[in-house]
Design a binder for this molecule. Structure first.
Ligand code: FES
Ligand code: MG
Length: 579
């Protein structure tokens, strides 16, 4: 046992409150931990670093993070810290039902409470698959300790028949390939393996890659971390260096709230537009801002982001994959190219500004990352629509849409639920043609519940057979970041709470005008009021458990779909001891 003098060597550390005391509770806190074999000096003034691990075999994209935690620990020990790894709820995009989004706030709650309740001075978030980044970050923000993110990295590029296959993008072509191009079962089977050929998350600019870019743009990773493939040795080096750095961050008291300023959020919006990131970015960034009390509104994603040039030529809208992005120089190239649009003085986890970090980088392939003077598109980003059909807003990603459909007036073909859609969409007698607008209700936060990624519903088979690949689709749901199309999403308020979407009927005319940012249901105000008065809310989808809690407290999409009781933070203080 160390002497009292040793034990009290760093009273500034939060963990001192647990380990530094020579009373009964100090004994209890240290004694049981010692069963894992820690020497005396681990309890004497070493910053205690929590390694928050979203590893799970049920989250294939994060399957390698168990090994990664060991590498992070190596870095923590090297810098004089005391690493303690802990698991949190992990959300596997491709497996969990009905949707991981239903559990994002649960995972955030788990992360928050685990960090606060334990003797941690700093935190490393090990993330990967879509929701594992925003959930853990939301939780960490509500505690506000020094925190660094280690994104797990994308898979190597998918390959099939010599062609580049983006994981998460091929599946959207599944119906088309099977039913129209007559792919055999054997071909589909081969594709299944070829699309996911290494550890890591989806390697398109889907939501996981978007989230990795988001945390790097926010200043929460070491420079260049986002694009390194999961299996690249440099990813391991990044993990080790992050372990070293978090110990220094504790000593510098470089907390999340010092990095996540309003400027950092604006930077993230600019970068998301430049990389053609997922629409899910909006909902997650709003929720993260809400945890820190940083003012951010849905409209600002349009105001700040929609005039930003698109630099990155990645699927789903472009040609390449994350591996190519890394070889071309990765996010630092984008950050350097975009410096005229960024707050370059925003501070990052390494203590330097984002401008300083990325000043020296070179682009090695301008077909993958275009220079800002010759962008792939002059204006990318996300458009926020308003109108009587979405009083609190809706969004569309113009870079993923068909230009000819961006101004469109069409007849509504309405599906009341996702089951209704599945039952009727391929019915040869369905009264639909390519000028119609497919309207899907009941897929919002409360309605589904959990706001799944179903907004990019497949077109009717008979329309696909005509060679048509896109139609206007409108819903209160989300769209996978790996998907594309003229898809209006996140309609708020959602149909389940009586938004106008709830009262759209077959045959109503709908007007979409992206340039004017307008989404309009063409019925009279009197008719709209009459239908709303007659509307009967659907029965709640759950009467107990977490889902009941979620339904009762989830906010609408334009606010980030966090639980109302989880907004803001409670800091890191715990006033009462366990005895
Ligand atoms: Fe995990 Fe795509 S399924 S990132
Ligand atoms: Mg996804």
């Amino acid at each position: 046992m160390a002497s009292d003098k040793d034990i009290t060597s760093d009273k500034k550390l939060r963990s001192y409150d647990w380990f530094g005391k020579s009373d009964k509770m100090g004994f209890v806190h240290r004694s049981w931990l010692r069963n894992q074999g820690y020497p005396d000096d681990y309890f004497t003034g070493r910053p205690v670093i929590g390694i928050c691990n979203t590893w799970s075999e049920l989250t294939p994209c994060n399957g390698h993070l168990r090994d990664f935690a060991e590498i992070v620990k190596r870095g923590v020990v090297e810098a004089g810290g005391f690493p303690l790894e802990f698991p949190v709820t992990s959300l596997g995009e491709t497996i969990m039902r009905p949707t991981t989004m239903l559990f994002r706030n649960l995972a955030a709650m788990d992360t928050e409470e685990t960090i606060r309740a334990n003797p941690l001075d700093g935190v490393v978030l090990l993330t990967g698959c879509d929701k594992t980044t925003p959930s853990t970050l939301m939780g960490a923000c509500s505690v506000d300790l020094p925190t660094i993110v280690v994104p797990g990295g994308p898979m190597l590029s998918g390959r099939y028949k010599g062609e580049c296959v983006g994981s998460g993008s091929f599946n959207w072509l599944h119906k088309e390939k099977q039913k129209v191009e007559n792919y055999s079962d054997a071909e589909i089977h081969e594709m299944e393996i070829g699309a996911a050929r290494s550890q890591g998350h989806c390697m398109t600019m889907g939501t996981a890659s978007t989230m990795a870019c988001m945390v790097e743009a926010l200043g929460l990773t070491l420079p260049g971390a986002a694009a390194i493939p999961a299996v690249d040795s440099r990813k391991k080096v990044m993990a080790q260096l992050s372990g070293r750095r978090i110990v220094e961050m504790v000593r510098e008291d470089l907390k999340l709230s010092r990095i996540l300023t309003r400027q950092a959020f604006e930077n993230a919006i600019v970068v998301n537009a430049a990389v053609g990131g997922s629409t899910n970015f909006i909902i997650h960034l709003l929720a993260i801002a809400g945890r820190l009390g940083v003012e951010l509104s849905l409209e600002e994603f349009d105001a700040i982001g929609s005039k930003i040039p698109l630099l990155l030529n990645l699927k789903p809208s472009g040609k390449y994959l994350m591996e190519d992005f890394y070889y071309a120089g990765g996010l630092p190239v984008v950050l350097k190219e975009m410096r005229q649009y960024l707050h370059n003085e925003a501070i990052t986890v390494n203590g330097r500004s984002i401008g300083e970090n990325n000043a020296e980088i070179n682009c090695y392939n301008s077909d993958v990352i275009a220079p800002v003077q010759e962008p792939l598109q002059q204006e990318a980003g996300i458009a926020v629509l308003k109108g009587n059909l979405c009083e609190d807003g809706a969004i569309i990603k113009p870079s993923a849409a068909t230009p000819a459909l961006m101004k469109h007036r069409g007849r509504a073909v309405v599906f009341e639920t996702i089951e209704d859609y599945h039952q009727r969409i391929d019915d040869p007698d369905l009264d639909v043609d390519e000028t119609c607008v497919l309207v899907l209700k009941g897929v919002g936060p409360r309605g589904y519940p959990g706001m799944p990624e179903v907004g990019n519903v497949d077109l009717p088979e008979k329309i696909l057979r005509k060679g048509i690949r896109d139609m206007v689709r409108i819903s209160d749901g989300r769209m996978s970041g790996t998907a594309a199309g003229t898809v209006v999403l996140h309609v708020s308020p959602e149909s389940a709470v009586g938004g106008t979407l709830a009262i759209v009927q077959n045959g109503d005319m709908i007007e979409l005008d992206v340039e004017k940012r307008r989404l309009h249901l063409d019925i009279s105000d009197e008719e709209l009021q009459r239908r709303k008065a007659a509307w009967i809310p659907p029965a709640p989808m759950a009467t107990r458990g977490y889902v009941k809690l979620y339904i009762d407290h989830v906010q609408q999409a334009h606010l980030g779909a966090d639980l109302d009781v989880l907004q803001g933070g409670s800091g890191s203080e715990v006033t009462r001891d366990l005895h």
